[in-house]
Design a protein around this ligand. Structure first.
Ligand SMILES: [Zn+2]
Length: 672
């Protein structure tokens, strides 16, 4: 498939935006007039109709001209260009056969003056990320990005940047394209649930998004993510912590199947413990794993969701040698932390790689084509194997950097970054199939804490080294403070070949005359993140505080002193002045959007400084806390419709679990 992809991409000939040339054949709009109609089949699918709407809407936004959409039977013969969207009766007359296209692929081809944008279609929902028959829609998005230079920065109208154009013309085009990555997702669980009838809790509605705005945001986000071609999820091999819960189910009857502890007992003193490692060398257990499998589906062998492994002699003999001196930034990969010191801590990658292969060999007796999912390259299995073990393309696993605090977040110390690349490379060299499933987007809370340089570089590097797909946990939706980071991930997931600098320029261009100032603004924050890498790690390196991804509200005020915010405000003031020199109000609107994010960070810092690392308001400060909360909530309600922040994520994921806000609400906001 890759060969076909590259072959056809090179035939993509020439695109003209606002200059008319005598060569132009396909003309949608010229001199402010419609030269084309959009044509769909008489019985067009929902995907084709939706795709046609997306094309018409964006062309109108760019040119002010609204193209007419007609069905194939009504398509006029005397119009200059017909843009055929989706499967039609006309396409096959020109050799366009969507039935032969790979999943998610599309053809973008001019025939005379007409244009065909066609992928495979069915009755599925065009916005469903598990629907692989959305090629037609992806083709329209490709056209909008390449020809109109449309940029989707964040969900909603203001985040949609469509440069003004007086003409939309294409010389000649013939392109077949499928996504570079097989599956592409930024997990957005809580908000996504709203689309399928979910509701938000009253406490969240009181503090963040109102009910109706939350639902509108979910809808806008769903559209936005598909515009960035998120999807392919039906192609992702299943993953999971395959043996979590086994101790509860089988521990009493077969304690010998579970990890041997240093005190000589098996499993866990708590019979209800969920994440208890198995003894992978136990042959009876191995046979049972194959027996209980249905013989068809992917055989899932993901380790439990907790570090610490079996200490038995046999299991240890499957491990490679441990480093004499673990790298300073990878201490917790190799050494026990307080959670489970009674079991083995160190690299068990060779052990698990051999286990996956052993089970695969046994399972082949039932199904020679069995695919084994090791699930996660994670915790004790994170360091690359060192025994030279060879795996194969029927073994799949996903790379999750999530161990020592130095390895969890971008930016990270440069040495840690290089070491992480080595682990990816080492795993890739075993010959298994690899996906990328990082957690670092959980970071940053509502603060302007982010970067693009390392994470973008790593993404591209991993793509060049065998990354099959990417699924990120999680899209926290802090669009105004993490804008370039989120936009970069959208773009890389859709097109990993684009250069980071180019992606950043696309983002900044949406600010018109303020582009340079906005770049300066975000560089200011990226520099702050890099300059303080170790400070940020140390700040949360305290068991009382908890892990940074969820405990961030406890330290927000320490992480971001007000004088740092004030300097950033000055940069934005200058950006706004620049943006206002344009008659197009959208540029200033976007700078103001960034300002909402920064003002929101400031108001949040105000509340965080009163809690001061505690979960309850310190004595004597209740009135002050009430005032800070009222001000913050009012600001959220006044600005929520801009979608500057996924406020459901803010309240539900970060704030309510950390701060006793229910109590504060009762005493200050509802007057009880
Ligand atoms: Zn063992």
């Amino acid at each position: 498939m890759n060969l076909i992809k590259h072959l056809f991409v090179s035939i993509f000939i020439c695109v003209v935006l606002s200059n008319t040339t005598s060569m132009a054949q396909v003309i949608l709009v010229r001199d402010g007039k419609a030269y084309a109609v959009v044509v769909t089949a008489d019985d067009a699918t929902a995907t084709a109709r939706y795709a046609a709407g997306e094309l018409v809407g964006h062309v109108e936004k760019a040119t002010g001209v609204r193209l007419e959409t007609v069905t194939e039977s009504d398509a006029p013969a005397d119009i200059h260009t017909r843009v055929y969207i989706g499967e039609t009766k006309t396409g096959p007359h020109h050799g366009i056969d969507p039935g032969r296209l790979p999943r998610e692929a599309f053809i973008l081809r001019s025939v005379g003056n007409d244009l065909f944008i066609v992928g495979k279609e069915d009755d599925g929902d065009p916005l469903d990320p598990s629907n692989p028959n959305a090629g037609t829609l992806f083709g329209v998005y490709e056209f909008l990005e390449e020809v109109l230079k449309v940029r989707w920065l964040w969900p909603g109208e203001l985040g949609t940047y469509v440069p003004v154009a007086t003409a939309v013309e294409v010389n000649a085009i013939n392109r077949l394209h499928s996504p570079a990555l097989n599956f592409r997702e930024l997990v957005w669980g809580p908000v996504r649930g709203l689309i399928h009838g979910g509701k938000i809790e009253e406490e969240d509605a009181l503090l963040g998004f109102s009910h109706d705005v939350a639902h509108n945001y979910a809808g806008a986000l769903s559209v936005f993510l598909r515009r960035h071609r998120m999807g392919g999820m039906d192609a992702k091999p299943p993953t999971g912590h395959g043996f979590s819960g086994w101790w509860q189910r089988y521990g009493r009857e077969h304690p010998e199947w579970f990890s041997l502890r240093r005190d000589g007992t098996r499993g866990d003193p708590d019979p209800e413990a969920v994440h208890v490692d198995i003894c992978v060398t136990n042959e009876e257990l191995q046979d049972f794993i194959v027996e209980q499998w249905d013989g068809e589906s992917v055989l899932r062998l993901g380790p439990v969701d907790r570090p610490g492994r079996c200490t038995c002699e046999e299991c240890r003999s499957w491990d490679g040698p441990q480093p004499e001196t673990p790298p300073w930034f990878a201490k917790y990969v190799y050494e026990a932390d307080s959670r489970a010191s009674e079991v083995f801590h160190g690299a068990t990658s060779d052990r698990y790689a051999r286990f996956w292969k052993t089970i695969q060999e046994k399972a082949r007796e039932r199904n020679p084509h069995v695919i084994v999912s090791g699930s996660f390259i994670y915790e004790n299995e994170f360091p690359a194997p060192v025994t030279g073990i060879r795996l194969n393309k029927n073994i799949y696993a996903e790379f999750v950097q999530w161990q020592d605090p130095h390895l969890r977040w971008f930016p990270m110390p440069e040495e840690a970054y290089e070491w992480i690349k080595e682990q990816w490379l080492g795993w890739q060299n075993t010959g298994l199939r690899m996906g990328y499933r990082p957690n670092y987007l959980h970071d940053g809370y509502v603060m302007p804490h982010f970067e693009t340089r390392q994470s973008g570089d790593f993404f591209k590097w991993a793509f060049e080294h065998g990354m099959e797909g990417a699924r990120f946990d999680s899209n926290t939706g802090q669009w105004a403070v993490h804008g370039p980071r989120l936009y970069m991930h959208m773009r890389l997931i859709s097109k990993p070949e684009i250069e980071i600098g180019e992606i950043r320029d696309e983002y900044f261009s949406a600010f018109g005359p303020a582009a340079e100032n906005v770049e300066h603004y975000f560089n200011y924050w990226e520099d702050f993140a890099f300059d303080n890498v170790l400070n940020f790690i140390d700040m949360f390196h305290n068991p009382r505080v908890g892990w940074r991804y969820r405990a961030y509200p406890l330290k927000a005020h320490e992480a971001f002193p007000l004088e740092v915010i004030e300097q950033a405000e000055e940069i934005l003031d200058r950006a706004l002045e620049k943006a206002l020199t344009s008659s197009k109000k959208e540029y200033a609107g976007r700078v103001e959007f960034l300002r909402i994010g920064l003002d929101h960070a400031r108001l949040t810092i105000n509340l965080a400084s009163i809690f001061d690392g505690n979960s309850t308001v310190p004595e004597g400060r209740m009135e002050e806390a009430g005032e800070a909360l009222r001000e913050l909530v009012k600001f959220r309600k006044d600005n929520q419709e801009s979608y500057f922040s996924d406020l459901l994520r803010v309240t539900n994921y970060w704030e309510r679990p950390r701060w006793d806000l229910d109590n504060l609400i009762k005493s200050t906001m509802t007057g009880e």
